[in-house]
Design a protein around this ligand. Structure first.
Ligand code: SF4
Ligand code: SF4
Length: 161
């Protein structure tokens, strides 16, 4: 069944980095599938790692080798459709960076409930880093330590408070 019917994406809808690339370090995963006139992701990437071809309606494509996972594009995407996945983070753990526009922000080392693309809880994780500079225009990026096998499933979180 397509995401148009279910309302959520599956891994088959998304262009993924290779496992080899994921194990090298942080990288952007773009989960943007609707052809709309939008390109802040392309404009914001300092490494020119995101391209879109000659139409602003095209879907963005990440060059996973150029991307260093800086997360600038995550904060600049109005669709909250970009995530950072780092499977080099630990032996059994990965770090997943995601946009978060709710207040109050979680705190470093806080345990949170992890949610998948369907909005279902899929485990718990620990907030390890919060990137929230003025240049991010009120879209902080929260990096959460998760079990490595959940790195491609976790796409949101809920505070336990
Ligand atoms: S994470 Fe950084 S380097 Fe990678 S695509 Fe986004 S802005 Fe570019
Ligand atoms: S900025 Fe976000 S919503 Fe817009 S094209 Fe890029 S990934 Fe898609």
């Amino acid at each position: 069944m397509s995401y148009l019917e279910t309302g959520y994406l599956t891994l088959e809808d998304i262009r993924l980095p290779s496992e080899e690339r994921l194990l090298k370090g942080p990288v952007a995963v773009i989960e943007c599938v609707q052809q709309i006139p939008c390109n802040p992701c392309v404009a914001s990437c300092p490494r020119g790692a995101i391209t879109m071809g000659d139409s602003i309606n095209n879907l963005p494509v990440v060059d996973f080798e150029k991307c260093n996972g800086c997360s600038i594009c995550v904060a600049n995407c109005p669709g909250l459709a970009i995530f950072i996945v780092d499977k080099s983070y630990g032996e059994n753990k990965a770090l997943v960076g995601m946009p978060y526009e709710f207040l109050p922000l979680p705190e470093k080392d806080e345990e949170v409930d992890l949610l998948n693309r369907q909005g279902s809880q899929c485990g718990t994780g620990i907030v390890r880093r919060i990137r929230n500079s003025k240049s991010q225009d009120r879209t902080p990026v929260i990096f959460i330590e998760v079990d490595k096998d959940l790195a491609m499933d976790v796409r949101f979180f809920r505070r336990k408070l």
